[in-house]
Design a protein around this ligand. Structure first.
Ligand code: SF4
Ligand code: F3S
Ligand code: FES
Length: 248
């Protein structure tokens, strides 16, 4: 069944913009990205949108549909009634480049601040051994497609631009947790999470988890365990004494 849908799409650039109304054909089985492509093909050849795989795996097509952060390619048109007006806007937390495309370099900068996997210096490549249970624990975090929808949603930076320098966001706090849980990693991830990446800013609202297209339990499996590890270290008298002695 085909029908005409009412779309409202944000058009503009870094200086200014507005919502513009369009009527576009929809066919059975289509997703929002199909409609954006039809809009480009038939009415607005200059409409900017970032996408790559159309399979929910490249993480490029992140935007907001009716105010909710989503992947354009994984949102079926059948989610909406034919009468509904569908509003598509760029991710709000990052600066707009043009139309639906945002500048997500904030995330690349935060990623670069995290030292990579650091095994003990005496261990040579090929000598790494770990238990299957430790592999499985981090497996979930490796499903991340870097769509940045969690980063876009977290109110710590969505509503408070000033927090950006001090807070790396759920995606990168999860990366730090993954490394901290790695039995062979010897870098001090806990201190860095707290002091450099703003773990304390997270008040476990779980909005990041709610929007993750990979259904990663970011809050329950990465952020809360990381907070517990940091708290143990802070309040455990033996850890405290150990730190004191080491600092001398
Ligand atoms: Fe996207 Fe989920 Fe990765 Fe966040 S954790 S960047 S929401 S895939
Ligand atoms: Fe933000 Fe997720 Fe924490 S939304 S406050 S990082 S639980
Ligand atoms: Fe790749 Fe949507 S186009 S995730």
């Amino acid at each position: 069944m085909s029908y005409k849908a009412n779309f409202r799409v944000w058009r503009g650039d870094v200086d200014s913009g507005e919502l513009r109304d369009y009527t576009v054909e929809v066919n059975e089985g289509e997703v929002v990205l199909d409609i954006i492509h039809r809009l480009q093909a038939t009415q607005t050849p200059d409409l900017a949108v970032r996408w790559n795989c159309k399979a929910g795996k490249c993480g490029s097509c992140s935007a907001e549909i009716n105010g909710r952060p989503r992947l354009l390619c994984m949102t079926r048109m059948s989610t909406f009634t034919p009468e509904e007006t569908i509003t598509v806007t760029p991710m709000r937390t990052f600066p707009v480049v043009r139309d639906l495309v945002t500048d997500v370099s904030f995330n690349y900068a935060k990623a670069r601040q995290i030292p990579s996997f650091t095994p003990p210096p005496e261990l040579k490549a090929g000598e790494y051994r770990m238990q299957q249970v430790d592999v499985e624990r981090s497996q979930e975090f490796r499903k991340c497609i870097e769509c940045y929808l969690c980063q876009n949603t977290c109110h710590v930076i969505r509503d408070f631009e000033d927090n950006k320098p001090a807070f790396s966001g759920p995606r990168y706090l999860m990366r730090i947790a993954e490394l901290d849980m790695h039995p062979l990693d010897v870098a001090d991830r806990q201190k860095a999470a707290q002091d450099e990446h703003g773990l304390g800013y997270c008040n476990i609202t779980k909005c990041c988890t709610d929007v993750c297209p990979e259904h990663i339990k970011i809050t329950d499996n990465a952020l809360i365990p990381m907070k517990e590890r940091v708290a143990d270290r802070k309040y455990d008298p033996l850890v405290w004494l150990g730190n004191k002695i080491r600092r001398r």
